[in-house]
Design a protein around this ligand. Sequence first.
Ligand code: HEC
Length: 132
Amino acid sequence: MRVLIGLLLGLFAGATLSLFYANLTRSQGAYPRGVMAGMRHHYDGLRRQLADPRCPPDASGVPLARLRALTEEVVPAFIEARDPGPDFVQRHRTLVATLDAALAAPPADCTALNALVKDIGDQCETCHLAAR
Ligand code: HEC
């Protein structure tokens, strides 16, 4: 009987501990997930500019600047939370360079905006595939 109680107590303690660690992992990932949710929000904002048939060059400035500001958070957020995988910093730098170039010379028309949206989207996708 004593052995059985000991066994049950041990099982209970083990289950509680693993639940605790699962929650800890999830909350540590909250910040990087939040940063990425912001990236998606502003990326969608940039993509929505394509709905305006004129694609005015000054309209892309705000979503581009927000995306660029958020990229400052990507590396610290992921390095603190988890091992982000090989080449992470390099892929991040490529996105930063693309955004800097676009901010310096905003897409002048819909063709240029379309190419930029595709280029950025491909970079998001490349990094996500590598992170898996
Ligand atoms: C340098 C690498 C990198 C780049 C560039 C990047 N991401 Fe991410 N993103 C990640 C990683 C790592 C995850 C977490 C994936 C996982 O947990 O499997 C992630 C997850 C996400 C998620 C899911 C968040 C959640 O709730 O789990 C979204 C949305 C997202 N990214 C949007 C974007 C968008 C939009 C871009 C481009 C503008 C982008 N990301 C560019 C690395 C990157």
